[in-house]
Design a protein around this ligand. Structure first.
Ligand SMILES: Nc1ncnc2c1ncn2[C@@H]1O[C@H](COP(=O)(O)OP(=O)(O)O)[C@@H](O)[C@H]1O
Ligand SMILES: CCCC(=O)OP(=O)(O)O
Length: 359
């Protein structure tokens, strides 16, 4: 039996799990309020806060770090790479600490795991956020100096596609999906025969989310940048962390927004607008697949809300059957990735080895 610690810091929560082989023995999600997060404005400031949450949960359930055979951490924002399971080494840690192009909390997962493992326990990441399987046409932004980037909830997107393929009694690699991961960040992806051939960059593009603006009118962004009213850091925070529901309604919690919407017309329109933008993005990804879509899948934390799901379905139900897979299967997918390596079924990839990189 292999015991695996799974750690998954997300933008609004920190998820911790303990797996013994395929069995989940513990799954806890610590949700972080806006005020909690605002005490740690910079990503690295969250390192101790997130690690203490993980150690607190382990202690509460009588686990010590040395009890584990491996640590499975959510993969952060590395250079574009292929799907798979990677061993965490000091080169990856250095990159995540100092060179990652995007300051996203998932970058902390491998750092925390590596610190906890102290070189005695192997740490793995599976299907990091920067998994890149985009077709060439998807990489064009409209200006040569800017290439679109594949930053998404690739781990959960692939995991829920496999689950829906099982429900459809078909092979994952034979189907086409459009998946909307509705979390603190939102990814809407076109999956053709198992590959994420296009997806909005969940930090910079796509629908607005609980805490992000998503894509913005570029001319207005330029005017804002040169208005003299904001520093670069303030603007980055305004777009990621203080955008979306936080900007309009002062909360990153869809449940609070829905509660407000019951009595406040503005809040109602804001939530409807988020669903509208998700629906529009899904429609676009259906076009990427030339309309050949076996299933549309709604997943992530916000998919727990039937009300929000119905708003989105009203826009897209005619395109393909809609499956709702609330929450995420990231913890299971991370644990299983590590387990495949521990059992010798799969060789852990080494990050930075050329043939694992995407040009
Ligand atoms: N049961 C629920 N009902 C409605 N919304 C939920 C529920 N659980 C989480 N959410 C919302 O999902 C968003 C967070 O997504 P989630 O995937 O849980 O976390 P993260 O993005 O931090 O990984 C938040 O806006 C939260 O309010
Ligand atoms: C950048 C994609 C990953 C993401 O947005 O994760 P969260 O929704 O957990 O913040």
């Amino acid at each position: 039996m292999y015991r695996i610690l799974v750690i998954n810091p997300g933008s609004t929560s920190t998820k911790i799990a303990v797996y013994e082989d395929e069995k989940c023995k513990l799954l806890e999600k610590v949700e972080h309020s806006l005020s909690d997060l605002e005490k740690h404005p910079n990503l690295m400031d969250q390192l101790n806060f997130r690690r203490e949450n993980i150690l607190m949960i382990l202690k509460k359930h009588g686990f010590k770090v040395e009890d584990f055979d491996a640590i499975a951490a959510r993969g952060g924002i590395l250079p574009p790479l292929k799907s798979g399971t990677y061993i965490v080494d000091n080169r990856m840690i250095h990159y995540l600490k100092y060179d990652s192009p995007v300051s996203h909390v998932s970058n902390l997962a491998a750092i925390i795991g590596y610190e906890l493992g102290q070189g005695k326990i192997p740490v793995y990441v599976t299907d990091p956020i920067s998994v890149d399987e985009m077709v060439d046409e998807a990489r064009f932004s409209g200006v040569p100096e800017i290439e679109r980037k594949s930053f998404s909830h690739a781990l959960n997107i692939k995991a829920v596609c496999r689950k829906v393929a099982l429900e459809l009694n078909a092979d994952y690699e034979d189907l086409n999906f459009v998946v909307a991961h509705l979390g603190g960040g939102i990814s809407v992806a076109a999956i053709r025969k198992g590959k994420i051939i296009d997806v909005n960059n969940a930090n910079d593009e796509g629908p607005f989310s609980p805490e992000r603006t998503g894509e913005l009118p570029v001319g207005d962004v330029v005017r804002m940048c040169f208005s003299g009213k904001y520093t670069k850091q303030e603007l980055k925070k305004k777009f990621v962390g203080k955008g979306g529901l936080v900007a309009y309604l002062g909360t990153n919690d869809l449940r609070e927004a829905l509660q407000l919407a019951k009595t406040d017309e503005k809040a109602n329109v804001v939530v409807q607008a988020m669903a509208y933008q998700v629906g529009k993005e899904i429609g676009g990804m259906c076009a990427v697949l030339c309309g050949k879509v076996n299933a549309i899948v709604l997943t992530g934390g916000m998919a727990h809300s039937n009300e929000f799901v119905e708003m989105i379905k009203s826009y897209v139900y005619r395109f393909a059957p809609v499956f709702v897979v609330p929450g995420e299967f990231e913890m299971e997918a991370l644990a299983f990735g590590a387990l495949r390596v521990l059992r010798g079924y799969e060789q852990a990839k080494e990050w930075g080895v050329v043939d694992e990189q995407v040009s």
